[in-house]
Design a protein around this ligand. Sequence first.
Ligand code: ARG
Ligand code: ZN
Length: 484
Amino acid sequence: MEHPRIIRRTKRTTRLTRLAAPTVSAVLSVAVLATGCTGSTVQGRPGASGVRDPYFPRAGNGGYQVEHYDLNLAYDPADGRLHGTAVITARAEQGLSSFNLDFSGLKVEGVEVQGAGARHNRSGTELTVRPAKDLKKGEVFRTEIDYSGRPKPVVDPDGSEEGWIATADGAVGVGEPVGSMGWFPGNHHPSDKATYDIKLTVPKGYEAVSNGALRSRTDVADGRTEFAWHSAEPMASYLATAAIGKFDVTTGRTPSGIPLYNAVTPAESAKSAPALERLPEIVEWGSAKFGPYPFDTVGTIVLPGGTLGYALETQTKPVYPGAPDENLILHELAHQWFGNSVSPKSWKDMWLNEGFATYAEWLWAEEHDGPTAQRRFEAIVDGDATVDQAADSEWDAFPPAAPPGPEHISGDPVYVRGAMVLHRIRQEVGDEKFFALLRGWATDHRHGNASTADFTAYAQRHTGHDLKKVWDVWLYGKDRPKAP
Ligand code: ARG
Ligand code: ZN
């Protein structure tokens, strides 16, 4: 357990800090005593330590919803040290005597709630914060957490790395599914979306890139530069990113006027150029198919080769581990509609992200000299990998809406069989209703959250077709589905 350190000393917190390092129950009675002294009544209870996600039960926290994250991160690639201040504005959904944040590694140097020092303790990835005064239901409150250290990557159940990862000339923060807790404290579950200001301070000569729009770039003290990024639209915390390095930056606008910001590692620049040239066209194509692009900026972060084992659809600026090809850019940009704007309610709904982004690849291909979606669908069922390599994958290992464990939420069936579910709907309802469905789904759930059950109900209502057989066989069926 950590010893609480108070940032600003008020009368009450000074008194509290003198008490011995507390156990949880001791802290509780201290809080009761302290509040009792001022005459106010204790009306809160602890917020839950997780939101009961079927795959990550400790992810997220109960009792509040975050409205805004204001992150101030200083990083020095030379020594790998991160110093962070996170100011989290949240609304209490119940009376709270304490609440949790998800946070992994790094040292917490102090916590304040509503400007007063707050006790805190840590257990695993749970940071429990006990405000000096209980929070009332409906109250909007501000929590400030100061922290520092050398962040280590978070290892996923499937063995891949996320969190804060050092690169050849800097670092990157990524978070799907649970890596964001490795670089900032938060309510790290996709069901709690918020707006963000991410300020990155780095030694002069480095670029620092994050989600949304660059509000300012300022040379500050000690030979450092501060980059202030703003995300105006709600974002799930696993989609937050921060990339520090020696990037070549190009800016521009898409044909419809969306500001574009590409940060590319110089060594990958020539190889990235052909695909990046098509990015504006891809955004316009997506807008025509799925409804207006959901964010006010778009872009790219190309990291030094091999930094990550995967690309990620980080909001407005997907991250690529080396030069992307056109298909990968298409996939990550399709997520801006499917996954980022319409976010999953839980990690069980991952096929709503990956199945849709994969199907977007099929749609793009059939309109740009590739095989038709129907031909791909048949080739996968028939095991013909000359048409689609996914035919050789483990696409039929489990039903896409029911991965057998957290290590499978990014498994082949979630992508491939997820896309096949969409193609089965298209076969049943025809192109006109199918494309109206895709667009309607993205539009009606814009900037929200949705579950698999929300989708199946919506698809039936929207198309007027009974699709139960498609759900039973393709979405939930354990056996390898046969072509209809
Ligand atoms: N969502 C990413 C994509 O499809 C892949 C993330 C893979 N992450 C993992 N832990 N396996 O673009
Ligand atoms: Zn994807």
